[in-house]
Write a protein that binds this ligand. Structure first.
Ligand SMILES: *Cc1c(COP(=O)(O)O)cnc(C)c1O
Length: 391
């Protein structure tokens, strides 16, 4: 299998499997697991990741939009797929034809979808989205009798079939007392709504609310299905959950050394001349830059792994390259592999530590890994597949 060994992302299927089993172990048997593969499976490659999650036993998948769902179908993924977001009603028939599940977050939207399906043979399966406190999409669901009335109307639409009902938590990954209370209140609002709906004969088959944080912290809220995203990829949704589950990073971002030179003290390195050598220094040029999704604002503030040792990145990160002080690794040579984050031998650099330095979350960094970086799927040491976006 061939790809340019400049910069690439190793995707460990062993670690994916490990994380999947860890999450499974949290939830009751019989509870479904939905793999969240939106945003190209958080940058890990939507089709290969979906295929492996399906092989592992994920009953459902979720994406952010119709195009992501179509990509999975074209890639041969046959499992039920839920679209977490708005699809223009004009595409209602495509949703049905591809066996997709659409989330429905308002009466107006349900009516519009239904209108488009008049005269169609088949029904569109929908999952009702309740807003219990996320205040994003959804029907109001804190003691809103109006919502029950609205859902009665949806339930009677002959071209829609309510297969599921769900909600989303904004702070389920936090152990702060107020946050825990809020999460608990949300779950109560959800269950109250479920019983009010049951009272009028609406009992969706699949009730779900747990993202990664809730699956780890509140597995008792699992209901009929959980929706972990980031934990599947081996990253904690927040530091509060450290020690509560054993996750392993699925992605390791690697690059290679282009050139090595020895510099005198007092030489400035890279654009802006922001870094000056103090002592004699051996500097390597590495083939990763901000065009790869390695943010320039990390300049001179991160280390890479090289031959199992940490080496500091120095000077401004350029578009396609950056410099690393490898004085401590005298045996390093051109072509050697450096690890930007992920596992290398016994050590690892967490994507979370980079995100913390950037004032962001690992989610943003992972989905920002550029599509010019091929994803290499590894089963043990074996490369089983290469995903190249630029062909
Ligand atoms: C993204 C998303 C998830 C997964 O969230 P993680 O924090 O990655 O586990 C679950 N549910 C919904 C509605 C989402 O949008």
């Amino acid at each position: 299998m061939d790809y340019l060994k400049r910069t690439w992302a190793d995707i460990s299927l062993d670690n994916l499997n490990h994380n999947y089993q860890q999450l499974r172990a949290k939830i009751p048997s019989g509870c479904r697991l939905l793999g969240v593969v939106k945003a190209d499976a958080y940058g890990h490659g939507a089709v290969p990741i979906s295929r492996h999650l399906c092989e592992l036993g994920a009953e459902f998948l979720a994406v952010s939009n119709l195009e992501e769902a179509m990509q999975l179908r074209r890639g041969g993924i046959r499992r039920p797929i839920l679209i977490l977001g708005y699809t223009p009603p004009a595409y209602a028939r495509d949703l049905v034809a591809m066996g997709l599940r659409q989330e429905v977050h308002s009466l107006e939207y349900a009516r519009a979808l239904h209108e488009e399906l008049k005269g169609s043979e088949r029904r569109l399966k929908v999952h009702i989205k309740l807003d219990t406190g996320m205040s994003r999409l959804g029907f109001f669901a804190y003691d809103h009798p109006k919502t029950v009335e609205e859902l009665k109307e949806v339930a009677q639409m002959p071209k829609l079939l309510i297969e599921g009902i769900f909600m989303h938590f904004p702070v389920a990954d936090s152990i702060d007392g107020a946050d825990a209370n809020f999460t608990h209140t949300q779950f109560e609002r959800f269950t109250q709504m479920l019983s009010a709906l049951k009272g009028v004969g609406i009992e969706p088959e699949i009730r779900h609310c747990c993202n990664s944080g809730a699956t780890i912290l509140y597995p008792e809220y699992a209901l009929d299905m959980v929706r972990p995203g980031i934990a599947t990829y081996g990253v904690l949704p927040s530091e509060d959950l450290r020690g509560m589950i054993d996750l392993r990073p699925v992605m390791s971002l690697r690059s290679t050394i282009f050139q090595i030179r020895d510099f005198e003290p007092n030489i400035t390195i890279s654009y802006g001349r922001t870094y000056t050598t103090e002592d004699p220094a051996r500097i390597a040029v590495v083939g990763i830059g901000y065009a790869d999704g390695f943010p320039r604002s990390l300049s001179s503030n991160v280390s890479f792994l090289l031959h199992g040792r940490r080496v500091p990145q120095v000077g401004r990160i350029c578009m396609d390259m950056c410099m690393v002080d490898i004085t401590r690794v005298p045996e390093a040579k051109v072509g050697d592999v450096v690890t930007v984050f992920g596992e290398d031998g016994g050590d690892s650099i967490e994507v979370t530590s980079l995100a913390n330095r950037l004032g962001t979350i690992p989610y943003e960094l992972m989905c920002g890994i550029n599509k010019r970086i091929p994803r290499i799927y590894l089963n043990g040491e074996d490369e089983t597949e290469v995903l190249q976006y630029i062909v």
